[in-house]
Design a protein around this ligand. Structure first.
Ligand SMILES: NC(=O)c1ccc[n+]([C@@H]2O[C@H](COP(=O)([O-])OP(=O)(O)OC[C@H]3O[C@@H](n4cnc5c(N)ncnc54)[C@H](O)[C@@H]3O)[C@@H](O)[C@H]2O)c1
Length: 332
């Protein structure tokens, strides 16, 4: 059941937000999207005439402008980010300024303004590489990159402010896969599918490394539900959210099965044997959340999007590759 009417999705113009926002509108929320719209406002073409949607162009580092955006808002979903390692490393100072420096001022302001719920998109990359078969939320964090390290610090910052009136939830999703009106082609299942459909060939480096994934429909359903769970179920809590942990070779085989027998899988050696596994038992046990969409569903959706021409030049278009887009716009 809805607890709020007015929500803001900061960074809602990205891959996850472009699927999430229409779902929130459908569920009756009044939604503000606060974003630099690095990937364009066209991602909302299907819902742009919805009177419950407002798009506010702004930088998450611009605290006074963001404060304007927070007027009347009851809950925040915070997705804004330089959201992978290569684009963070392109300009680490810029990455830090967006992913970390402005975070505490934002949280503080949200609390002062009486926002009742703050949902933070962390990442399962905070664990680094673990031998354990099932990495639970309790295990030590060993973030390997600055992108992941700042996710960890932001989780800690957020929880300093949590109380009964300011409910704070951290989600650590696995790598997301599937089709979005703001497509990303730099995520493992999407990369494999793109190559299989457009080149008839998938190159697998190594192959035995495990990679946890979650379908974009499931992760966005989870963000919607995060606005609706009872306070005590989620306040100051952290949840992993993944589907199954497949190896890269298994993912490649699944892609081939859907795209077609003619797809070649070429295995090349790798000097990066890093393997990730996450356990999503806690979220199932405590919130009753179970992913409903498979990796095969994601591959099928993406194949359809490519074949139907919904994506323009999917192997090269900078809009589908965060690092290419960041290089193109020279954000400072
Ligand atoms: N996609 C995944 O596989 C995945 C997995 C785990 C966690 N996450 C996290 O989920 C969140 C959303 O991921 P995504 O895949 O949608 O990323 P994305 O890169 O597609 O979207 C990020 C959005 O943030 C916006 N943005 C960037 N800098 C900004 C700034 N300074 N001010 C305002 N807006 C800004 C961009 O314009 C973009 O719309 C991120 O925090 C990411 O770290 C993503």
């Amino acid at each position: 059941m809805r607890k709020f009417k007015d929500v803001i999705v900061i960074g809602g113009g990205g891959y996850v937000g472009a699927v999430l926002v229409p779902k929130l509108l459908k569920r009756g929320y009044r939604v503000k999207v606060y974003d630099l719209f690095i990937y364009g406002k066209e991602v909302f073409d299907a819902v742009k005439d919805n009177p419950n949607l407002s798009l506010i162009e702004g930088d998450v580092r611009d605290i006074p402008w963001l404060e304007e955006g927070l007027k009347g808002i009851e809950a925040i979903i915070h997705l804004a980010c330089i959201s992978n390692d290569p684009s963070f490393e392109l300009d680490p100072e810029l990455g830090k300024s967006i992913n970390y420096d402005c975070f505490e001022p934002l949280v503080k302001m949200a609390k002062e303004k009486g926002i009742r719920r703050f949902i933070y998109a962390s990442s399962s990359s905070v664990y680094g590489v673990k031998e354990a078969e099932n990495v639970t939320e309790e295990i030590d964090l060993q973030p390997l990159t600055d992108y992941s390290r700042f996710k960890v610090i932001c989780e800690e910052v957020l929880f300093k402010y949590a109380d009964d009136d300011f409910v704070c939830l951290v989600l650590r999703p696995a790598t997301v896969c599937g089709y979005s009106p703001r497509q990303r082609m730099d995520l493992i299942v999407n990369i494999l599918t793109n190559h299989a459909v457009n080149r008839g060939q998938i190159i697998v480096n190594g192959g035995n490394q495990k990679r946890p994934n979650i379908h974009i429909e499931d992760v966005t359903d989870l963000y919607v539900k995060s606005l609706e769970y009872e306070d005590e179920l989620i306040n100051k809590k952290i949840f992993n959210a993944g589907y199954e942990n497949f190896t890269v070779s298994e993912l490649a085989r699944q892609v081939k099965e859907i795209v077609g027998a003619e797809v070649d899988i070429i295995v090349e050696p790798t000097n990066d044997p890093r393997s990730y596994h996450i356990s999503s038992k806690k979220i199932r046990a405590e919130l009753g959340f179970t992913p409903r969409h498979t990796i095969e569903d994601a591959v099928r959706d993406l194949k359809k999007a490519i074949e139907n021409g919904w994506l323009k030049d999917p192997m090269n278009n900078p809009l589908y590759f965060n690092i290419k887009r960041m290089k193109e716009i020279e954000l400072s």
